[in-house]
Write a protein that binds this ligand. Structure first.
Ligand code: NAX
Length: 323
C-alpha cells in the first residue's frame, strides 16, 4: 500500500476550499490510488465553517486554526488563505496584510513541513505571496514554490475551443505569461489543435487575427472580473479544479508534447528578470517542472511579456516595503 500524502489546504473554510477539499479527497489531485490525509487550516472567524466542512468529510482529517499543527509533515501545501482587497482599501494595505500572513506561514512550513514540500499559492496577489513565502522558507527548494495561473491557462484553452467549436481537450500549448492579474499575457502563438489531419496551429485555424490579438486576450485577462459580476462571488469551482490540475501535472507529469502554465521562480529565461515568480510554459516530469525553452517571441509578445514583468517588479518593491 502507498504511504499517504499529507495535503495542507489553508483558507479551507472559504469558497475555493469548499470545492477543492472534496476533489482532493476523491483523488482528483493525486490520482485514485493515492491515499491522502487532509490538513485544513483557517482562522478563528472561519472555525465554525471549517468544523462544518470537516463533518461533511470522512475521518482522518485535521481541521485546525493552529498553523503549526496544520503544517506538520505536509508534502503538499495549497494556499488559499489570504486577505482579499475590500472596497476602499489601498493596494499597500492589502499587500501589507498578505505579506505578514505569507511571512508567518512560510516560517511554519519551513519548520514543520516535509523538507521537499511542494507549495501552490492561489491567494492573491498570488505571484507575490509566493515570492514572500519563498523568501521566508529558505530551506524549501525554490523550485518547490509555485503559484496558480492554470485557471487562466484553462480559460484560454476554453476560449479557443469555443471559437473553433472543438473539444477543449483537443486544444493545447497556450501560454499564460507573467502575473495572475489583468496584465497577464495569454499567448496562442504556439498553440495547436488536434484534427483528423494532425496538429494544426491555432493561428492557422482561427483566421481572425484581430480576435486573437485583442478580444481573446482581454476576455482571458478579465474573466475573473466577469465571473464576480455574474455570480457576485469569485470563481470557486473552476479555481479548485485548476489547483487540482496544477498539482496533478506537477506530481504525475505532463503528457508528451504538451506544456502547461505555472507561476515559478524565474531564472532569467526569456529575458525576464530573475527573482520574480512569473508564469511560464512548463513541462513536468518526475515531480519537477522545467521551463519550455527556445520558443520564438515576436515583437508584440515581447512587449506584453515585459509589461507583466514590470508589474511584478512593482509588486515586489511594494511587498518589500511592507516587511
Ligand atoms: P474566501 O474569502 O472565500 O476564502 C478565503 C479563506 O481564507 C477564508 O475562509 C478566510 O477565513 C481564510 N483565511 C484568511 N486568512 C487566513 C490565514 N492567515 N490563514 C488561514 N486561512 C486564512 O476566498 P476564495 O474565494 O476561496 O479565494 C481564495 C483566494 O484565491 C483569494 O485570495 C482569491 O483572490 C484567490 N484566487 C486566485 C485565483 C488564481 O487563479 N490564482 C483564482 C481564484 C481566486 O480569485
Amino acid at each position: 500500500d502507498k504511504e499517504p500524502v499529507k495535503v495542507l489546504v489553508t483558507g479551507a473554510a472559504g469558497q475555493i476550499g469548499y470545492a477543492l477539499v472534496p476533489m482532493i479527497a476523491r483523488g482528483m489531485m493525486l490520482g485514485p490510488n493515492q491515499p491522502v490525509i487532509l490538513h485544513m487550516l483557517d482562522i478563528e472567524p472561519g472555525l465554525e465553517a471549517l468544523k462544518g466542512v470537516k463533518m461533511e468529510l470522512i475521518d482522518g482529517v485535521v481541521a485546525t486554526t493552529d498553523v503549526v499543527e496544520a503544517c506538520k509533515d505536509v508534502n503538499i501545501a495549497v494556499m488559499l488563505g489570504g486577505s482579499p482587497r475590500k472596497e476602499g482599501m489601498e493596494r499597500k494595505d492589502v499587500m501589507s496584510k498578505n505579506v505578514s500572513i505569507y511571512k508567518a506561514q512560510a516560517s511554519a512550513l519551513e519548520e514543520h513541513a516535509a523538507s521537499d514540500c511542494k507549495v501552490l499559492v492561489v491567494a492573491n496577489p498570488a505571484n507575490t505571496n509566493a515570492l514572500i513565502l519563498k523568501e521566508f522558507a529558505p530551506s524549501i527548494p525554490e523550485k518547490n514554490i509555485t503559484c496558480l495561473t492554470r485557471l487562466d491557462h484553462n480559460r484560454a484553452l476554453g476560449q479557443i475551443s469555443e471559437k473553433l467549436n472543438v473539444h477543449v481537450s483537443d486544444v493545447k500549448n497556450v501560454i499564460i505569461w507573467g502575473n495572475h492579474s489583468s496584465t497577464q499575457y495569454p499567448d496562442v502563438n504556439h498553440a495547436t489543435v488536434t484534427t483528423s489531419n494532425g496538429h494544426k496551429p491555432v493561428r492557422e485555424l482561427v483566421a481572425d487575427d484581430n480576435w486573437l490579438n485583442s478580444e481573446f486576450i482581454t476576455t482571458v485577462q478579465q474573466r475573473g472580473g466577469a465571473i464576480i459580476k455574474a455570480r457576485k462571488l469569485s470563481s470557486a469551482l473552476s479555481a479548485a479544479s485548476a489547483a487540482c490540475d496544477h498539482i496533478h501535472d506537477w506530481v504525475l507529469g505532463t503528457p508528451k508534447g504538451t506544456w502547461v502554465s505555472m507561476g515559478v521562480y524565474c531564472d532569467g529565461s526569456y529575458g525576464i528578470q530573475s527573482g520574480l515568480i512569473y508564469s511560464f510554459p512548463v513541462t513536468c516530469d518526475k515531480g519537477e517542472w522545467n521551463i519550455v525553452q527556445g520558443l520564438k517571441i515576436d515583437e508584440l509578445s515581447r512587449e506584453k511579456l515585459d509589461k507583466t514583468a514590470q508589474e511584478l517588479i512593482e509588486e515586489k518593491t511594494l511587498a518589500y516595503s511592507c516587511l
